[in-house]
Design a protein around this ligand. Structure first.
Ligand code: NAD
Length: 479
């Protein structure tokens, strides 16, 4: 049994969760303890007590610990990547890449602990000086989704610790394996007991405590829009700080003048890699008339070459869907698209076994053409390998269609025109814009986040993370 980490001790839970490999459902990865509400409160108590001393730790202490965590993640990237691929279904190169990213994030924030700057300003009053400094916030509740089981926890936990906060980490139910390995590395890094706690369990029980407990000063949440709204309502009600990263329906525009290979490569990557289970995936591809038919032909040809297989099989391009419920949702959206009158140009069917005959949650990536902006497949987040193409007359119409969504996480364009690339970067209503690149796949040292219905609160990653994980103090001194 893999246990929770509460107040520096590995602790059993009243229940256990069986972690299943979606590439081969006969493979049970392990039993993971599920905390209950009172254990979660114990974790909050421990974090709250530890804050008194950890908030006063030196930047050197924090640097050393975060740097050591980053080094171990990088050294064990293959092993942890194997766990990630096994429990979430991301193919090995992507899984190892995600662990590397997590390691680099810890190293980046190790440096940030040393770089935390303030300001000294002259007062408007004679003889008075003003200092603006940043202080830690307190206990941070970290609530994460299943689709980036190590990178997203890393980009919340690392800045929280770097700026002197304590953490209670509640990972998604489906991916306790990566969470436990990360917690084990953090636990052995030399952090005082209680500074970091792991509570695996249900969102409605464990997660809800983090939303409701007055000792949790701030909640950093990534997940669905519906859960995000609950997080927001609970935090507003008790005046807690919160940040939300939620869904997307990201557009990728392909203009007549695009390099076809670049456009197809970026669209296939953004739409289908990681089995389409990335919040930055582009599920709406908006293509101008003159290139439309050539683009669709090249997409279908490229999709036919993708190898769908066990995530840990060498050469696999696309692994399984994360679980049965998500697979059923994806297939339901394929049926919805057909009923709405879209043309299913490729794929969309379930494949119940992989190349070795092992049972898993596989599906062939789906491509819809001749779709209308109002169709549900163009307005609702599917979170699977389902892409729809919309045909437009020109750039101006493409931009309107791209922005016609309540979401605003990422947005992309394939073009060789400096004029259109520049205009799109300026006018795309999204937190992140990509030119001749997939909408998914971002650096670890620059801000990540969206606008409109995709995000709320300060950006994550990079030195912008200080906005959420610190609180500003303005001090006046009469000389
Ligand atoms: P989810 O909302 O179902 O769960 C997210 C987390 O919230 C889980 O840990 C869950 O246990 C917890 N939770 C559920 N109910 C809760 C409650 N009442 N109180 C507190 N916590 C609760 O999301 P998911 O299915 O794990 O992830 C997929 C979603 O995440 C997609 O919508 C995707 O777009 C989004 N996502 C967004 C980003 C981003 O940065 N914008 C990144 C990755 C994933």
């Amino acid at each position: 049994m893999f246990q929770n980490l509460i107040a520096g001790s590995w602790t059993d839970g009243p229940l256990a969760y069986q972690n299943i490999n979606p590439s081969d459902t006969r493979d049970v990865i392990g039993e993971y303890a599920q905390a209950n509400a009172s254990q979660t409160q114990d974790a909050v108590s421990a974090a709250n007590e530890a804050f008194a001393t950890w908030s006063l730790s030196t930047p050197q202490q924090r640097f050393d610990i975060l740097d050591a965590i980053g080094s171990e993640l990088l050294a064990r990237r293959n092993e942890l990547g194997n766990m990630l691929a096994r429990e979430e279904g991301k193919v090995m190169p992507e899984a190892i890449g995600e662990v590397s990213r997590a390691g680099n994030i810890f190293k980046f924030f190790a440096g940030e602990a040393l770089r935390l700057a303030g300001e000294v300003l002259p007062s408007v009053r004679p003889g008075v000086g003003v200092e603006v400094t940043r202080e830690p916030v307190g206990v941070i509740g970290v609530i994460t989704p299943w689709n980036f089981p190590i990178a997203i926890p890393a980009w919340k936990i690392a800045p929280a610790l770097a700026y002197g906060n304590c953490v209670v980490f509640k990972p998604a139910e489906l991916v306790p394996g990566c969470a436990w390995l990360l917690a084990d590395i953090i636990h052995r890094s030399g952090l005082p007991a209680g500074v970091f706690n792991l509570v695996m369990g249900r969102g409605s029980e464990v997660g809800q405590v983090l939303l409701d407990d007055a000792r949790v000063a701030a909640v950093s949440f990534t997940g669905s829009v519906s859960t995000g709204k609950r997080v927001a309502a609970a935090c507003v009600a008790r005046g807690a700080k919160f940040q939300l990263e939620m869904g997307g329906k990201n557009p990728f525009v392909v203009l007549d003048d695009a390099n076809l290979d670049i456009a197809v490569g970026a669209a296939v990557n953004s739409g289908f890699f990681s089995t389409g289970q990335r919040c930055t995936a582009s599920s709406r591809v908006i293509v101008t008339d003159a290139i439309h038919d050539r683009f669709v032909g090249a997409m279908v040809a490229k999709m036919a070459t993708l190898k769908i297989d066990d995530a840990r099989m060498a050469g696999a391009d696309i692994g399984p869907v994360v679980d049965e419920r998500q697979l059923a949702q994806n297939l339901a959206y394929v049926a919805i698209g057909r009923n709405e009158g879209a043309t299913l140009a490729f794929g969309g069917e379930a494949l119940s076994i992989n190349a070795n005959g092992a049972p898993g949650f596989y599906m062939r990536p789906a491509l819809f053409t001749e779709t209308a902006p109002t169709m549900r497949i163009n307005t609702e987040e599917i979170f699977g390998p389902v892409v729809s193409i919309q045909r437009v007359r020109n750039y101006e119409e493409a931009l309107l269609v791209a922005n016609d969504t309540p979401f605003g996480l990422a947005s992309g364009i394939a073009t060789t025109s400096l004029k259109y690339a520049s205009h799109f970067k300026r006018h795309a209503q999204a937190g992140m814009v990509m030119v001749n690149l997939p909408t998914a796949g971002v650096d670890y040292h620059v801000p990540f986040g969206g606008r409109k219905g995709s995000s709320y609160g300060p950006r994550e990653q990079g030195h912008y993370a200080a906005e959420f994980y610190t609180t500003v103090k303005t001090a006046y001194t009469q000389a």
